[in-house]
Design a protein around this ligand. Structure first.
Ligand code: S3P
Length: 178
């Protein structure tokens, strides 16, 4: 079984930094879906959005999801919109344990604005970004486990993810939350 750990969540949740820490601690490879897209296209994510548009970017995400089926034992950080399609969370869960890094909108929004360019935020007002967050929550909530990152740093979040992964090894069916 391809037991990957798949991190999902809104922009600013810390998927990349937490994923790197979890991968290092577990001795696994770390993969980012955005990096796979950038490598394939030879362009940054903001450039892809600016020159080809969001629908094209979502098609690239679809290709990446198909490639993820080849991964085994990796820690995978997904782009914030990748799980938010009908049937996508269920598909991701066939690839391993899906972990939602959740958090209060205000905190995630401030973090995301402070870290690099985010085309999905640059083109939206704060209220529109909050509506996007609300619309996505139902998809993220299909994860196997959830860690609320609102008041935590990446090391603490990584520690909780690992504790929940261990407890799932003992009772695999439960949805676990910290
Ligand atoms: C997106 C989030 C980004 C990146 C792209 C689209 C989104 O990744 O995939 O800009 O739709 O939320 P992060 O969640 O790592 O910022």
């Amino acid at each position: 079984m391809p037991h990957n750990v798949i991190l999902v969540g809104f922009m600013g949740a810390g998927k990349s930094s937490v994923g790197r820490i979890v991968a290092r601690r577990l001795g696994r490879c770390f993969v980012e879906t955005d990096d796979m897209i950038v490598a394939k296209e030879g362009m940054s994510i903001p450039e892809i959005f600016a020159t080809k548009g969001e629908p094209y970017f979502r098609e690239l995400e679809e290709d990446v999801v198909n490639l993820l089926a080849l991964k085994s034992g990796d820690v995978i950080a997904t782009g914030g919109g990748l799980p938010c399609r009908e049937g996508r969370p269920e598909m991701l869960r066939t690839l391993g344990t899906m972990a939602w890094l959740s958090g209060d909108f205000d905190v995630l929004y401030e973090r995301a604005l402070g870290m690099g360019q985010r085309p999905m935020l640059a083109s939206r007002s704060r209220d529109e970004a909050e509506a996007l967050y609300a619309a996505r929550t139902a998809f993220y909530a299909k994860a196997d486990l959830t860690v609320d990152t609102t008041e935590l740093g990446p090391d603490q979040v990584a520690g909780r993810v690992m504790a929940l992964l261990r407890s799932r090894e003992r009772s695999p069916r439960a949805h676990t939350r910290r």
